[in-house]
Write a protein that binds this ligand. Structure first.
Ligand code: PMV
Length: 295
Protein backbone atom coordinates (compact mmCIF):
# COMPACT_ATOMS: atom_id res chain seq x y z
CA UNK A 1 0.00 0.00 0.00
CA UNK A 2 1.38 3.44 -0.91
CA UNK A 3 0.81 6.39 1.39
CA UNK A 4 -1.15 9.08 -0.51
CA UNK A 5 0.93 12.25 -1.01
CA UNK A 6 -1.89 14.10 0.76
CA UNK A 7 -1.25 12.10 3.97
CA UNK A 8 -0.15 14.37 6.80
CA UNK A 9 0.48 13.94 10.49
CA UNK A 10 0.64 10.57 12.15
CA UNK A 11 -1.17 7.27 12.10
CA UNK A 12 -1.34 5.30 15.34
CA UNK A 13 -1.83 1.57 15.81
CA UNK A 14 -2.13 -0.35 19.07
CA UNK A 15 -2.28 -4.08 19.75
CA UNK A 16 -2.17 -6.20 22.91
CA UNK A 17 0.14 -9.12 23.59
CA UNK A 18 -1.14 -12.64 24.18
CA UNK A 19 -0.54 -15.88 26.01
CA UNK A 20 -1.42 -19.31 24.69
CA UNK A 21 -3.55 -20.99 27.36
CA UNK A 22 -3.17 -24.45 25.80
CA UNK A 23 -2.35 -26.13 22.50
CA UNK A 24 0.89 -24.49 21.32
CA UNK A 25 2.97 -26.55 18.88
CA UNK A 26 -0.04 -28.85 18.19
CA UNK A 27 -1.69 -25.80 16.56
CA UNK A 28 1.04 -25.81 13.89
CA UNK A 29 -0.32 -29.22 12.75
CA UNK A 30 -3.99 -28.19 12.51
CA UNK A 31 -5.12 -28.94 16.06
CA UNK A 32 -7.06 -26.29 17.97
CA UNK A 33 -5.42 -24.04 20.56
CA UNK A 34 -6.84 -21.47 22.98
CA UNK A 35 -5.14 -18.12 23.54
CA UNK A 36 -6.08 -14.78 24.99
CA UNK A 37 -4.93 -11.20 25.04
CA UNK A 38 -3.17 -9.56 28.00
CA UNK A 39 -3.07 -5.97 29.17
CA UNK A 40 0.52 -5.35 27.99
CA UNK A 41 1.03 -4.32 24.38
CA UNK A 42 2.63 -2.29 21.63
CA UNK A 43 1.98 1.13 20.13
CA UNK A 44 3.27 2.04 16.68
CA UNK A 45 3.23 5.59 15.28
CA UNK A 46 3.65 6.10 11.53
CA UNK A 47 4.60 9.63 10.47
CA UNK A 48 4.59 10.87 6.87
CA UNK A 49 8.05 12.16 5.92
CA UNK A 50 10.07 12.62 2.73
CA UNK A 51 12.50 9.94 1.51
CA UNK A 52 12.80 6.22 2.14
CA UNK A 53 10.75 4.71 4.95
CA UNK A 54 12.47 3.45 8.08
CA UNK A 55 12.36 3.08 11.84
CA UNK A 56 12.68 6.42 13.65
CA UNK A 57 12.88 4.98 17.15
CA UNK A 58 12.11 1.67 18.78
CA UNK A 59 12.03 0.07 22.21
CA UNK A 60 12.46 -3.29 20.40
CA UNK A 61 15.99 -4.01 19.21
CA UNK A 62 16.20 -6.93 16.80
CA UNK A 63 18.06 -7.19 13.49
CA UNK A 64 14.94 -8.77 11.93
CA UNK A 65 12.81 -5.71 12.77
CA UNK A 66 13.04 -3.63 9.60
CA UNK A 67 13.17 -6.61 7.16
CA UNK A 68 9.96 -7.84 8.83
CA UNK A 69 8.16 -4.49 8.84
CA UNK A 70 9.24 -3.63 5.29
CA UNK A 71 6.60 -6.12 4.11
CA UNK A 72 3.80 -3.91 5.47
CA UNK A 73 5.33 -0.40 5.45
CA UNK A 74 5.47 1.37 2.05
CA UNK A 75 9.09 1.75 0.81
CA UNK A 76 8.86 5.57 0.69
CA UNK A 77 7.53 8.29 2.91
CA UNK A 78 7.00 6.82 6.41
CA UNK A 79 8.91 6.97 9.69
CA UNK A 80 7.86 4.33 12.20
CA UNK A 81 8.18 4.63 16.00
CA UNK A 82 7.66 1.60 18.23
CA UNK A 83 6.97 1.43 21.97
CA UNK A 84 6.20 -1.85 23.72
CA UNK A 85 5.57 -2.94 27.29
CA UNK A 86 5.86 -6.63 26.33
CA UNK A 87 8.91 -8.74 27.16
CA UNK A 88 10.56 -9.57 23.83
CA UNK A 89 10.72 -13.11 22.46
CA UNK A 90 9.22 -14.67 25.59
CA UNK A 91 5.97 -16.18 24.29
CA UNK A 92 3.84 -13.13 25.06
CA UNK A 93 3.22 -12.07 21.48
CA UNK A 94 5.78 -9.28 21.11
CA UNK A 95 6.20 -9.86 17.36
CA UNK A 96 2.47 -10.44 16.82
CA UNK A 97 1.48 -7.25 18.65
CA UNK A 98 4.13 -5.39 16.65
CA UNK A 99 2.74 -6.83 13.40
CA UNK A 100 -0.86 -5.85 14.14
CA UNK A 101 0.00 -2.42 15.59
CA UNK A 102 2.13 -1.59 12.51
CA UNK A 103 -0.58 -2.68 10.07
CA UNK A 104 -3.06 -0.51 12.01
CA UNK A 105 -0.73 2.51 12.13
CA UNK A 106 -0.06 2.43 8.38
CA UNK A 107 -3.77 2.07 7.60
CA UNK A 108 -4.55 4.94 9.99
CA UNK A 109 -2.00 7.17 8.25
CA UNK A 110 -3.42 6.26 4.84
CA UNK A 111 -7.03 6.66 5.99
CA UNK A 112 -7.73 3.05 4.99
CA UNK A 113 -10.43 1.06 6.80
CA UNK A 114 -9.28 -2.37 8.03
CA UNK A 115 -11.09 -5.65 8.46
CA UNK A 116 -9.86 -8.57 10.58
CA UNK A 117 -9.10 -10.50 7.35
CA UNK A 118 -6.81 -7.72 6.07
CA UNK A 119 -5.09 -7.36 9.44
CA UNK A 120 -4.54 -11.11 9.62
CA UNK A 121 -3.20 -11.40 6.06
CA UNK A 122 -0.78 -8.47 6.43
CA UNK A 123 0.23 -9.46 9.95
CA UNK A 124 1.17 -12.90 8.62
CA UNK A 125 3.92 -11.42 6.46
CA UNK A 126 5.55 -9.85 9.55
CA UNK A 127 5.16 -13.04 11.59
CA UNK A 128 6.66 -15.17 8.79
CA UNK A 129 9.68 -12.87 8.65
CA UNK A 130 10.25 -13.46 12.38
CA UNK A 131 9.22 -17.11 12.76
CA UNK A 132 9.42 -18.96 9.42
CA UNK A 133 6.15 -20.87 9.13
CA UNK A 134 3.96 -19.87 12.09
CA UNK A 135 0.42 -21.16 12.59
CA UNK A 136 -0.90 -17.60 12.71
CA UNK A 137 -2.49 -17.95 16.15
CA UNK A 138 -0.43 -15.21 17.78
CA UNK A 139 -1.32 -12.28 15.56
CA UNK A 140 -4.90 -13.55 15.03
CA UNK A 141 -5.50 -13.34 18.78
CA UNK A 142 -3.75 -9.96 19.06
CA UNK A 143 -5.97 -8.63 16.27
CA UNK A 144 -9.25 -10.12 17.53
CA UNK A 145 -8.83 -9.70 21.30
CA UNK A 146 -10.43 -11.65 24.14
CA UNK A 147 -10.16 -15.41 24.65
CA UNK A 148 -10.05 -17.22 21.30
CA UNK A 149 -10.05 -20.79 20.00
CA UNK A 150 -7.89 -20.95 16.84
CA UNK A 151 -7.40 -23.68 14.27
CA UNK A 152 -5.38 -23.54 11.10
CA UNK A 153 -7.00 -25.22 8.07
CA UNK A 154 -5.93 -25.41 4.41
CA UNK A 155 -8.79 -22.99 3.66
CA UNK A 156 -7.55 -20.46 6.22
CA UNK A 157 -7.80 -19.87 9.96
CA UNK A 158 -10.95 -20.78 11.89
CA UNK A 159 -11.41 -18.57 14.93
CA UNK A 160 -14.07 -18.46 17.61
CA UNK A 161 -14.14 -15.98 20.42
CA UNK A 162 -15.05 -17.82 23.63
CA UNK A 163 -17.76 -15.39 24.69
CA UNK A 164 -19.27 -15.06 28.12
CA UNK A 165 -16.27 -16.37 30.07
CA UNK A 166 -14.66 -14.21 32.77
CA UNK A 167 -10.99 -13.32 32.24
CA UNK A 168 -8.60 -15.87 33.73
CA UNK A 169 -6.39 -14.70 36.60
CA UNK A 170 -2.79 -15.73 35.96
CA UNK A 171 0.62 -15.27 37.51
CA UNK A 172 3.29 -15.10 34.81
CA UNK A 173 6.94 -15.90 35.48
CA UNK A 174 9.58 -14.78 32.97
CA UNK A 175 12.61 -17.09 33.06
CA UNK A 176 14.65 -14.26 31.54
CA UNK A 177 15.97 -16.19 28.57
CA UNK A 178 14.10 -15.63 25.27
CA UNK A 179 13.12 -18.66 23.20
CA UNK A 180 13.48 -18.94 19.42
CA UNK A 181 10.09 -19.93 17.98
CA UNK A 182 11.36 -20.99 14.54
CA UNK A 183 14.05 -23.24 16.10
CA UNK A 184 11.65 -24.79 18.60
CA UNK A 185 9.01 -25.52 15.93
CA UNK A 186 11.69 -27.02 13.65
CA UNK A 187 12.98 -29.20 16.51
CA UNK A 188 9.51 -30.63 17.16
CA UNK A 189 9.13 -31.37 13.44
CA UNK A 190 12.50 -33.18 13.33
CA UNK A 191 11.67 -35.28 16.38
CA UNK A 192 8.31 -36.33 14.88
CA UNK A 193 5.93 -36.07 17.82
CA UNK A 194 2.57 -36.75 16.13
CA UNK A 195 0.99 -38.89 18.87
CA UNK A 196 1.85 -36.43 21.65
CA UNK A 197 0.73 -33.47 19.54
CA UNK A 198 -2.61 -35.21 18.97
CA UNK A 199 -2.95 -35.68 22.75
CA UNK A 200 -2.32 -31.95 23.22
CA UNK A 201 -4.98 -31.23 20.59
CA UNK A 202 -7.53 -33.42 22.41
CA UNK A 203 -6.70 -31.79 25.74
CA UNK A 204 -7.63 -28.37 24.31
CA UNK A 205 -11.21 -29.59 23.83
CA UNK A 206 -11.29 -30.72 27.48
CA UNK A 207 -10.01 -27.31 28.61
CA UNK A 208 -12.81 -25.58 26.74
CA UNK A 209 -15.42 -27.85 28.37
CA UNK A 210 -13.95 -27.16 31.84
CA UNK A 211 -13.83 -23.40 31.16
CA UNK A 212 -17.47 -23.34 30.10
CA UNK A 213 -18.39 -25.33 33.24
CA UNK A 214 -16.49 -22.79 35.37
CA UNK A 215 -14.40 -25.67 36.75
CA UNK A 216 -11.05 -23.93 37.30
CA UNK A 217 -9.47 -26.81 39.29
CA UNK A 218 -10.11 -29.07 36.27
CA UNK A 219 -8.58 -26.43 33.97
CA UNK A 220 -5.56 -26.35 36.30
CA UNK A 221 -5.07 -30.14 36.09
CA UNK A 222 -5.28 -29.97 32.30
CA UNK A 223 -2.69 -27.18 32.20
CA UNK A 224 -0.34 -29.38 34.26
CA UNK A 225 -0.91 -32.21 31.78
CA UNK A 226 -0.31 -29.83 28.85
CA UNK A 227 3.03 -28.86 30.41
CA UNK A 228 4.02 -32.55 30.78
CA UNK A 229 3.18 -33.14 27.12
CA UNK A 230 5.17 -30.06 26.05
CA UNK A 231 8.08 -31.39 28.08
CA UNK A 232 7.67 -34.75 26.31
CA UNK A 233 8.08 -33.09 22.90
CA UNK A 234 11.28 -31.46 24.14
CA UNK A 235 10.36 -27.77 24.42
CA UNK A 236 10.54 -27.25 28.18
CA UNK A 237 13.72 -26.31 30.05
CA UNK A 238 14.87 -26.83 33.65
CA UNK A 239 14.03 -23.18 34.37
CA UNK A 240 10.49 -23.54 32.95
CA UNK A 241 9.95 -26.78 34.92
CA UNK A 242 11.19 -25.07 38.10
CA UNK A 243 8.95 -22.04 37.47
CA UNK A 244 5.91 -24.32 37.05
CA UNK A 245 6.76 -26.24 40.23
CA UNK A 246 7.08 -22.99 42.19
CA UNK A 247 3.84 -21.59 40.71
CA UNK A 248 2.00 -24.74 41.87
CA UNK A 249 3.67 -24.65 45.31
CA UNK A 250 2.64 -20.99 45.68
CA UNK A 251 -1.02 -21.89 45.25
CA UNK A 252 -1.75 -22.00 41.52
CA UNK A 253 -4.31 -24.57 40.36
CA UNK A 254 -2.00 -25.63 37.52
CA UNK A 255 0.97 -24.27 35.57
CA UNK A 256 2.60 -24.62 32.18
CA UNK A 257 5.06 -22.98 29.86
CA UNK A 258 3.48 -20.64 27.30
CA UNK A 259 4.46 -20.29 23.65
CA UNK A 260 7.28 -22.00 21.82
CA UNK A 261 9.36 -22.84 24.93
CA UNK A 262 13.13 -23.18 25.06
CA UNK A 263 12.95 -20.17 27.39
CA UNK A 264 10.39 -17.42 27.81
CA UNK A 265 7.50 -17.52 30.24
CA UNK A 266 5.46 -19.95 32.30
CA UNK A 267 2.17 -19.12 33.98
CA UNK A 268 -0.05 -20.46 36.73
CA UNK A 269 -3.85 -20.27 36.98
CA UNK A 270 -5.43 -18.82 40.10
CA UNK A 271 -8.88 -18.69 41.64
CA UNK A 272 -7.78 -16.43 44.51
CA UNK A 273 -6.05 -13.03 44.80
CA UNK A 274 -2.81 -12.98 42.85
CA UNK A 275 -0.70 -10.57 44.88
CA UNK A 276 0.39 -12.98 47.70
CA UNK A 277 1.34 -15.54 45.04
CA UNK A 278 3.32 -12.93 43.11
CA UNK A 279 5.12 -11.93 46.33
CA UNK A 280 5.91 -15.59 47.18
CA UNK A 281 7.43 -16.10 43.72
CA UNK A 282 9.43 -12.86 43.88
CA UNK A 283 10.75 -13.97 47.29
CA UNK A 284 12.12 -17.04 45.48
CA UNK A 285 13.86 -14.74 43.00
CA UNK A 286 11.45 -15.03 40.06
CA UNK A 287 10.43 -12.15 37.79
CA UNK A 288 6.68 -12.61 38.43
CA UNK A 289 3.59 -10.53 37.72
CA UNK A 290 -0.20 -10.92 37.82
CA UNK A 291 -2.09 -10.69 34.50
CA UNK A 292 -5.65 -11.27 33.37
CA UNK A 293 -6.05 -13.38 30.24
CA UNK A 294 -8.76 -12.55 27.75
CA UNK A 295 -9.82 -9.30 29.37
O1 PMV B 1 6.07 -17.36 19.30
P1 PMV B 1 5.47 -17.99 20.53
O2 PMV B 1 6.47 -18.29 21.58
O3 PMV B 1 4.29 -17.23 21.03
O4 PMV B 1 4.92 -19.45 20.10
C1 PMV B 1 3.96 -19.60 19.12
C2 PMV B 1 3.22 -20.87 19.26
C3 PMV B 1 3.72 -22.06 18.47
O5 PMV B 1 2.63 -22.99 18.44
C4 PMV B 1 4.89 -22.74 19.17
C5 PMV B 1 4.14 -21.73 17.04
C6 PMV B 1 2.99 -21.33 16.13
O6 PMV B 1 3.29 -20.81 15.06
O7 PMV B 1 1.82 -21.57 16.45
Amino acid sequence: MAIPSSAVGAGVGRAPGKLILCGEHAVVYGHAAIAGTVSLGTVVTAVARPGPSGITESSIHDERLWPALAGVVPPEGVGVSITSTLPIGCGMGSSAALAVATVRAIADLAGEPLTFAIEHARGFSVERAFHGNPSGIDHAVCALGGLVRYRRTPEGPVLDRLEGLPPLRLVVVNTGKPGNTAEMVAGVRERGCEATLARIGALVGDVEVALRAGDLPAVGHLLDENHRLLDAIGVSTPALDAACADLRAAGCLGAKLAGAGGGGVAFGLLSRPAEPVVQALRAKGWDARALDLGA
